[in-house]
Design a protein around this ligand. Structure first.
Ligand SMILES: NC(=O)c1ccc[n+]([C@@H]2O[C@H](COP(=O)([O-])OP(=O)(O)OC[C@H]3O[C@@H](n4cnc5c(N)ncnc54)[C@H](O)[C@@H]3O)[C@@H](O)[C@H]2O)c1
Length: 312
């Protein structure tokens, strides 16, 4: 069993990951400032193999001690999303990139690093572009740039790493995010019964948060065959446009009205088809469908208004 350090362990992905890794018998230390949901790890404190350190990952002395004590490091702590990073530029740089620089200085060959970045820099301004891991990344936001620069650092400085370029994540987590596209569309559907779409044919790739967790566990089990590589990580059947997504939601929520607005531009210029073949060839395939995710999200937003938490 491994000793695992997860920064941002109380977050949307982190809280689901900590839970599953403990269920699998690993020892997990989470470091998190609990910026959003203070209760997302409440269900784990009973477990003797779990520890939360409520502190700032930018403290070098803290990270030095923790990196030495753990085998696997999964750095998730970040200011996540373009609007949040625009609002807090200095913190975005020091958290998203500064902490990765520190990690690269402190990690030894004993450490295995699994780093999550975003595929959002693919396909910018190019309609229906097909993207694999060799396609150029052209991030337009500060958020995207910090994550791409973080990936470059990890690739050049870390001895044992796996990087994932994630699709947009959806589904339930102990720390909910309703600013992610699928989650947001379902939340708006339940609240307003109406979705207003602009640039409705822009295509994106999506993945359920439990499939992200499953991919990380698969990577830990198959580290030697996966290592020192970058992989796109998304659900291959979920390379779909905003209008297709809205129609999938309407299939399950008949009262929904979909309104298309012309002459309004989406500031997010992604319009792409992302290939996940590289990781699928290694033996991992995301499986949880958009339909399953939409169904659980309808229940959540209908029954619990406290689950509406945005990052900005
Ligand atoms: N959710 C997605 O769609 C998605 C897609 C691509 C990549 N990612 C990456 O996955 C990672 C996790 O994303 P998420 O969706 O879980 O985000 P999140 O905002 O839910 O989680 C981030 C966590 O980091 C913590 N944090 C922030 N600054 C900190 C600091 N200085 N010290 C300690 N803790 C701090 C926050 O309290 C929060 O719990 C991020 O690195 C993100 O870039 C996420």
């Amino acid at each position: 069993m491994s000793k695992i350090l997860i920064t941002g362990g109380a977050g949307y992905i982190g809280s689901m990951l900590c839970t599953k890794l403990l269920q699998e018998g690993h020892s997990v230390t989470a470091v998190d400032l609990l910026k959003y949901d203070k209760g997302s790890l409440n269900h784990l404190y009973f477990n003797k193999k779990f520890k939360l350190i409520c502190d700032d990952i930018r403290k070098v002395s803290l990270m030095k001690k923790l990196i030495r004590q753990h085998d696997i490091i999964i750095p998730l702590a970040a200011l996540v999303g373009a609007p949040l990073c625009e609002k807090f530029k200095k913190d975005a740089l020091s958290t998203n990139l500064g902490s990765i620089k520190t990690l690269c200085k402190l990690a030894t060959k004993k450490n295995k690093i699994i780093y999550l970045t975003t595929n959002s820099g693919y396909g910018i301004g190019e309609k229906n572009k097909y993207c694999d891991e060799n396609s150029p990344l052209k991030p337009i936001s500060l958020y995207g740039r910090t994550k791409c620069d973080g990936e470059d650092l990890v690739k050049s400085k870390i001895k044992n790493f796996v990087c994932f370029r994630l699709a947009t994540v959806f589904g339930h987590s102990y720390r909910m995010r309703s600013d992610l596209l699928v989650n947001n569309f379902v939340y708006t559907t339940v609240k307003k019964k109406k979705l207003t779409l602009f640039e409705p044919h822009f295509r994106r790739n999506f993945i359920h948060v439990r499939d992200v967790v499953n991919a990380i566990i698969f990577t830990m089990k198959n580290f030697n065959k996966m290592k020192n590589n970058v992989y796109n990580l998304g659900l291959s059947s979920a390379n779909i446009s905003k209008i297709m997504l809205a129609k999938k939601i309407k299939n399950q929520y008949k009262k929904l009205q979909i309104k298309i607005v012309k002459n309004r531009k989406d500031p997010d210029k992604r319009d792409y088809f992302v290939s996940n073949k590289k990781i699928e060839k290694k033996g991992f395939k995301a499986k949880i469908s958009l339909e399953e995710g939409i169904s659980e999200l309808i229940q959540i937003f209908t029954n619990d208004k406290n689950k509406v938490i945005n990052n900005y």
